[in-house]
Design a protein around this ligand. Sequence first.
Ligand code: C2E
Ligand code: CA
Ligand code: CA
Length: 724
Amino acid sequence: MKKQSKVNALLISLVIVVLSVLIALYVHNDQKKVLDQILAGHSDRTKVKLVNSVKDVMADLRSMSKRWINNHKTSEANWRADAVDFIQRTVGVGSMWLIDEHLNCLWLEVETDTNRLRCQEILAGSEQMLGLINARVTHVADFSAVHDVDNIKTIYLFEPIGKGDDFNGFIAIEIKIQQFIDYIEGDPINSGYYTKAYANHQVVFSNGPELTNQSYLDAFELNMDADQGSWVFKIYPTEITLGLIITNLPYFIAITGFIIALLFMLTLWSKQKAKFESKLLANEISEKEKIQFELEYLANHDTLTHLPNRHYITNFIENRVKYSEHNQQHFTILFIDLDHFKDINDTLGHAIGDEMLKKLPVLFNKVFRHDDVIARMGGDEFVVYLPGEMGEEQVTNLVERFLKSLEYPIQIGEHLIRLTGSVGVAFYPQHGSNVNELLSHADAALYRAKDQGRNTFAIYDKDIEQKAKDRVQLIARLHTANENEEFEMYFQPRYCLNDNHIIGAEALIRWKLDDNQVIKPVGFLNLLEETSLIIPITWRMLAFSCKQYLQLLEHQPNLFMSFNVSAKVLEHPDFLANIKSTLASTQFPPDRLELELTEQTLIQNVENSQYILNEVTQLGVSIAIDDFGTGYSSLSYLKNFPVDVLKIDKSFIQDIDSDSDDLELVKTMIAMGKNLNITTVAEGVENEAQLRLLKHELCDQVQGYYFKKPMKFTDLKQLIISGT
Ligand code: C2E
Ligand code: CA
Ligand code: CA
């Protein structure tokens, strides 16, 4: 609950409580006022009733006394009859006495000894005597003090008979106060009020319970006569009357106020609680949504590159197909595979491989637009969705731009890594009507691209299946070519940059068809490796080349022969033995043989490579790292192998005169070679400009079309012997 609203709620509750208490007090006071008024009224009426009753009794007595005078006294029998009549008529009167002018008790009704004795006693009281003497003069009735007669509060009323010379004495009556007033007041249950009378602070009459401090009452005084002083009458309501006037309404109001305040607090509290709980619930829901979102994100994204994953792109393309069916939309799918990415993981470790992959999205974003969707299918495979219709030319431009951007070296820690990739292209709707078809056709096109030597792309076409069949046929053809020995070696001379003299030549395989057509290795080398045909072919061609080459050595013993060795061949357990036996059988001087191995070949199995190369160099054979710069070797890495020559890949040389980055890389590689005392060779030199730059950077040797293309052995022989 917020502090402010808590304070507000408390304040409002307090106000409700105070207000209800005030109203309750007001109502209570009002009830008291009403009761006071009613009590005052009843008190007045009681007073009048009492006064009148006493007056009636006194008037009755007076008429009796008058009769006495008028009749000049009366007979005892008459008097007694009158007395009995009076006593019967007047409730509360116990007895009547006739007292003579000398204040002696004459006749008593009822005539008993105790009665006479009491009469005499009372008359003998000095106080009473004085009052009577006074009454004789004033002719006013005299009251006695209150007497206890057999525990009954009693007073006596003396009515003088005649005055002056006619004074005949008194008629006295004995009034039992309780009985007398009871009769006047009636039953409190009927009247609704109790009465209590005090004479000289002594209770002389009471028809109700004890008075307490809290009792509501009204009081009045009644003066009996000078001797008696005043009687005080207290009038107070019976419980029923009190209950009718002083109701529980104020309590009810106060309690209601408390209850309302409490209810208010409760509602507010439960409202706040509900609010709080709904907030909790909302939090919980938003937490769930967050988790849901994260789960969805994880389900649809690759955690390493944060690119959409296979699941996402498959769904996405499926939806695009559905949409495009109705809207005649076109789109293009690229299937991308990084060439030899496995080697990065194998040689530099998975951490570096992962770092490399992480950098790819930035690279992709440089080429692809933001409405293209790039997804990682897993490993080093990516799929790109390109919206809109694209012609082959447009796709070619885009993919070439992409492949070019991939080649740009990426710095990861101390490693400078250059990537290449292969791309397969499929168009919707031409190349497939659903996601599976589109992806598998783009994939098929990707394989085509790889077949074509990687770092390139292929667009799916309808006869790609046919091409796959062609591939199978080609494999069969290669087998027969092997059996028929249709392979031949061409040689490309290598030159010293200082004086342009030929220092040797590289043997390059060619496939010679029946029609004298010569096929370059790019079209079949992959398949030779896949089928392992490369192994027997290599040894046969090496032996054959060595024999041929010996003819050249007769003329120029310092020439060497460079020979390419693929991973498949190097890995083979018989490699060392075969080298040795070939050298032995052909008598070819080992120090005239140079084996060219790519970095990729060396890193397939580093320990094995190290061992073999060490053994081979023991024989005197040189080792050249081929296609240097396209692999992942670092400087320190090279130290692990006994390397004599670095052949800088022709892709660096190609643009050396136009691309400053390439020039920088070539400079670095040359410097590196110098440092390690390794001969540097530039491959694929095609023009004067490239040559000049290489010379300037002090590259050791060159090879390329600018000097000579690969040629038949006979041509090389002529070149060596006759210089043409
Ligand atoms: P590589 O070892 O890098 O050989 C050099 C390739 O560059 C040769 O292609 C050569 O014709 C070409 N070349 C030379 N100078 C230039 C130039 O100035 N411009 C251009 N654009 N190209 C130039 P080739 O003969 O088609 O061989 C291709 C690849 O096939 C070779 O690349 C090598 O890796 C492989 N290869 C060739 N013969 C053999 C072999 O007998 N055994 C093995 N294992 N691989 C071989
Ligand atoms: Ca080579
Ligand atoms: Ca090369």
